[in-house]
Design a protein around this ligand. Structure first.
Ligand code: SF4
Length: 303
């Protein structure tokens, strides 16, 4: 699919959020609640800190390289050029997020070097499934948002949006995680449908393709949504938000153990693992603008 001229880091958050909007929701946080209500609470209400893992850092790095790769002229988007971007992009990320430096103890240069090599390996996986010289993405790491049900602002970052000359949209999401794919596939598809719903509501076009690129396995998973499905999905998202509101009002977020517990940073506070959640925080009055202008989970950090 060829596409329109590049513009990156666009924001389609409305300049003025309608007065009817009471809250905002990203696909990551919505998926948290679906996966485990207590996980949602820990992340979104208690805001417990999570130290970045090596896997998340690698995802963020690979996403950064793939974004920058498309800054190059089409003929220059080669595997070697992508490899050359790895170290400088890592340096930039560490400068912007100094906590990333703590992933490798002082003097652990073999560990850091292996980390950079593993990121380069994922990029090889990317080139096995796509030729970026034949692509001109319309948008990269684009923040998109829409209001649904008059009250809820839904928003998130799209890794890449391709627009065909006939206006057809293809939403592309890079998956870099090393965890078993089946453990995360439903979450990944939920995320893509979320983006499809935002695009449909803001641009009036149902994306033709939702594409997951699994870089570790060099595999492509395409999904074609339709309007009826997105309408049902919209109802699901609104119902999910109402459930979150109810759980918040009742301060009742229950653990829902699953295979994903293996990747949860908060087992120490989880009753399933013998822990006790912290006291429920006093919540300030909802401020949809505050959340709407903060950055949701960065590209790559969610797998
Ligand atoms: S450990 Fe499992 S059950 Fe407990 S909060 Fe995390 S995801 Fe939920």
């Amino acid at each position: 699919m060829t596409a329109q001229p590049v513009s990156t880091q666009q924001s389609s958050i409305p300049a003025e959020v309608p007065a009817t909007v009471r809250a905002s929701l990203s696909p990551s946080r919505a998926a948290d609640f679906k996966t485990c209500p207590l996980l949602y609470r820990f992340r979104s209400i208690d805001r417990l800190p999570e130290r970045p893992t090596v896997e998340q850092a690698r995802g963020t790095l690979v996403h950064a390289v793939l974004e920058r790769l498309f800054d190059l002229p089409a003929t220059g988007r080669t595997p070697a050029a992508a490899g050359d971007l790895v170290a400088p992009q890592w340096d930039r990320l560490v400068t912007e997020q100094p906590e990333l430096a703590a992933l490798f103890a002082d003097g652990d240069s073999p560990g850091a070097a292996e980390f950079l090599r593993s990121a380069a390996g994922l990029l090889e996986g990317y080139f096995a499934v796509e030729d970026p010289r034949r692509l001109e993405p319309a948008e990269r790491e684009s923040l998109i948002s829409a209001v649904v049900d008059e009250e809820l602002l839904i928003r998130g970052y799209v890794d890449r949006l391709d627009v065909a000359p006939d206006g057809a949209l293809r939403v592309v999401d890079y998956k870099t995680g090393g965890a078993p794919r089946e453990a995360f596939e439903a979450r990944a598809l939920f995320q893509l449908k979320f983006y499809a719903l935002v695009l449909w509501r803001t641009r009036g076009v149902v994306p033709r393709v939702l594409r997951l690129l699994y870089l570790k396995d060099s595999e492509v998973c395409d999904y074609a949504p339709d309007a009826d499905e997105l309408l049902r999905f919209e109802r699901t998202v609104v119902a999910l938000w109402r459930a979150i509101e109810q759980a918040t009002a009742q301060q009742d977020f229950r653990p829902r153990p699953s295979r994903l517990c293996d990747w949860c940073s908060h087992q120490a506070f989880c009753p399933t693992f013998g822990g006790t959640p912290p006291p429920f925080p006093t919540l300030a009055a909802p401020d949809p603008l505050r959340d709407a202008r903060s950055r949701p989970t960065p590209p790559g950090a969610d797998g």
